[in-house]
Ligand binder design. Structure first.
Ligand code: SAM
Length: 286
């Protein structure tokens, strides 16, 4: 079998199929041969019922996943890639390609139908224009998944894996920590892709928690509060929350004091436990 990370193989496949890269679909294909085997190994797909991949491209990671997982289901939006994948993965009987949009497809149904509802691992080199929405969808929908191992832009990796209470933390980092234990696995240079993007990347792994990191009485309110606290980062969290949520400054200040939080604190200084205490305090005040 030809190596799918070889530039000459990719060029040959593209020419044969009259394929050209779509920037809008975030099509940067991996040409560094060491990346996909590592991702597949570290994804935990071997120990789960199988793997779900987003955006197989020409199948370079799909192939490696098929070598370690019992079954791989890969969701690709660009139908021009279907005949290509038919050819490149022709020897892989445990792979199923679904032509759909990962933001629209019913993932609960896919896991039910393809894996009998058993826990799967997600592994992907994500299209960068929808990195956070895809990750948040995977986390918020409470899917039966063990972990999410994905390649994202380096800056996004740092943000997604930042711990609450540190400068790099934002609303998305707090949300990730709520559902999962994130870690950066390894960096990948921009030269590892064709065409090369303008930034470097990193592979991160989010191990899904069995129960959320903190207990909250009203999850929706908790996430609204976290978003509101980070909405005006230069202001104190009290001001940002009261401005964004339309609450009286005094009642927000009271909730901070009742939760044992310094009212002059900025959102980036708050831990997940403090956000939870605040949300629970605001919920009981209503
Ligand atoms: N896995 C391949 C690799 O590593 O070389 C390709 C990765 S490329 C960064 C992203 C892939 O996601 C492309 O194949 C692109 O067509 C696909 N894609 C883009 N938007 C998508 C969507 N909304 N749903 C599913 N696939 C999508």
């Amino acid at each position: 079998m030809k190596r799918l990370s070889d530039i000459s193989t990719i060029r040959e496949i593209m020419e044969k199929n009259g394929f050209s890269f779509s920037k809008a679909l975030g099509q940067n294909f991996l040409i560094n041969p060491s990346v996909c085997p590592r991702m597949a190994q570290m994804s935990g797909a071997a120990d789960a019922a199988g793997a779900i991949e987003v955006g197989p491209g020409i199948g370079v990671l799909t192939y490696e996943l098929s070598q370690v997982a019992k079954k791989v289901v890969s969701i690709e939006l660009d139908k021009r890639l279907l005949p290509v994948l038919d050819e490149t993965l022709s020897g892989c009987d445990n792979v199923k390609i679904i032509n759909d949009d990962v933001m629209k497809i019913d993932l609960h149904r896919v896991i039910e139908e393809e894996f009998g509802g058993e826990e799967v691992a997600v592994c992907a080199n994500l299209p960068y224009y929808i990195t956070s929405p895809v990750i948040m969808r995977l986390l918020e929908e409470r899917l039966p998944i063990t972990s999410v191992t994905v390649m994202v832009q380096k800056e996004a990796a740092d943000r997604l894996c930042a711990k609450p209470g540190t400068r790099a933390c934002g609303a998305v980092s707090a949300a990730v920590q709520y559902y999962a234990e994130p870690e950066i696995l390894f960096d990948v240079s921009r030269g590892s892709f064709m065409p090369a993007p303008n930034v470097d990347s990193a592979v991160i792994r989010l191990k899904i928690r069995k129960t959320p990191a903190v207990e909250v009485t009203d999850e929706k309110l908790f996430f609204r509060l976290v978003k509101a606290a980070f909405a005006q980062r230069r202001k104190t969290a009290v001001n940002s929350v009261s401005n964004t949520m339309g609450l009286k400054k005094q009642s927000v200040t009271d909730a901070f004091i009742a939760s044992g939080i310094e009212p002059n604190a900025r959102a980036e200084a708050l831990t997940l436990e403090q956000f939870a205490a605040l949300a629970n305090c605001l919920a009981s005040a209503n």
